[in-house]
Ligand binder design. Structure first.
Ligand SMILES: NC(=O)c1ccc[n+]([C@@H]2O[C@H](COP(=O)([O-])OP(=O)(O)OC[C@H]3O[C@@H](n4cnc5c(N)ncnc54)[C@H](OP(=O)(O)O)[C@@H]3O)[C@@H](O)[C@H]2O)c1
Length: 286
């Protein structure tokens, strides 16, 4: 039996692009999901081999890894202490001798503390337990504008983040997926960590100018204080931990922690990464 790749997070922003790429290349893979019906509705393409997979349900691990020799590992967002659901799965993989893991981490994760230190803990676990890992550390996704700010942009004419005057190298999720597909299918990427950024460092004032051009609608970055940000999220009904989470994560932009461009996307894909304007044009045309 041919070996295959297990894709976790297959129905998410990165996972959907990755599944399409692997399918176009006729690769042998299985796509994990907790909910087949939802999976089929978000990824309406034929021939996907779905398997039930839930990090929090260890009874799903065995079937999901049948004949698998590589795992694309992506943990759910907005999950404090995410290592508590990922490490049991890594222990299971190790017990089965499945050591090849491509882990979707995040740029700047080493600066986050306490219940937000999960990517750092998982990266160290992979390194210390002799996995054949490749760690992908993307910067902030260019798709966050469409996925998380649609209402702010369309109804209020703002991009509302606590990033101060800081800059980030917003990266296209399709570039992340293309890198993931390469490292899963080419040799020479084990025990490597790649930082994935777009081609430009931009602050949110500059992002607002690009949004204005692409949307044909005036977009402002009000650069809110943490208090104003907390109040707005509370008024919108978000659970309290979300504001703390976002303030810490966007604090990596505010503090300059992620104000770096990386050559890794271009080195791996052999082309320049897609810039924010092109991603926004593609996203908002849908
Ligand atoms: N947004 C950013 O700017 C940014 C930057 C750097 C790194 N990251 C990292 O990117 C990751 C999120 O990626 P994404 O945006 O592609 O995710 P996403 O679109 O939010 O999708 C989350 C995926 O996780 C799966 N999932 C949720 N709970 C699960 C569970 N208990 N067991 C198994 N699968 C589960 C979901 O699958 P089903 O519902 O089908 O089961 C879904 O496919 C996070 O780890 C985050 O830290 C994000």
């Amino acid at each position: 039996m041919n070996k295959k790749i297990l894709i976790t997070g297959s129905t998410g922003t990165i996972g959907q692009s990755l599944v399409k790429l692997l399918q176009e290349s006729n690769l042998n893979f299985v796509a994990g999901t907790r909910d087949f019906e939802k999976a089929k509705s978000v990824l309406d393409i034929s021939k996907v081999d779905w398997v039930k997979f839930d990090f929090t349900d260890q009874s799903t691990y065995e079937q999901a890894t049948e004949n698998v020799d590589q795992v694309f590992l992506l943990g759910p967002p907005l999950t404090l202490n995410m290592e508590t659901i990922i490490l049991p799965f890594l222990d299971f993989l190790q017990s089965k001798g499945i050591l090849r893991v491509v882990y979707l981490s995040a740029m700047g994760n080493e600066s986050l503390k306490g219940d937000l230190a999960f990517h750092f803990i998982i990266e160290n676990h992979l390194k210390e337990n002799h996995f054949d890992y490749t760690i992908l550390q993307p910067s902030f996704f260019a798709q966050n504008f469409k996925n998380f700010e649609f209402e702010n942009l369309m109804e209020r004419g703002i991009t509302f983040n606590v990033a101060g005057d800081g800059k980030a190298g917003f990266v296209d999720v399709q570039d992340i997926a293309s890198v993931a597909a390469k490292v899963l299918t080419e040799v020479g990427h084990t025990r490597r960590t790649y930082r994935l950024t777009g081609p430009q460092l931009l602050d949110f004032y500059e992002a607002a100018e690009i949004l204005t051009e692409v949307l044909g609608k005036h977009i402002v970055y009000p650069n809110p204080s943490e208090e104003a940000f907390r109040s707005a999220l509370k008024a919108g009904g978000a659970p309290d931990f979300i504001a703390d989470y976002m303030i810490s994560v966007y604090g990596m932009i505010k503090s300059g922690t992620v104000a770096h461009l990386s050559p890794d996307v271009e080195k791996i894909l052999g082309r320049v990464p897609t810039n924010l304007k092109e991603v926004l044009k593609r996203d908002f045309a849908k």
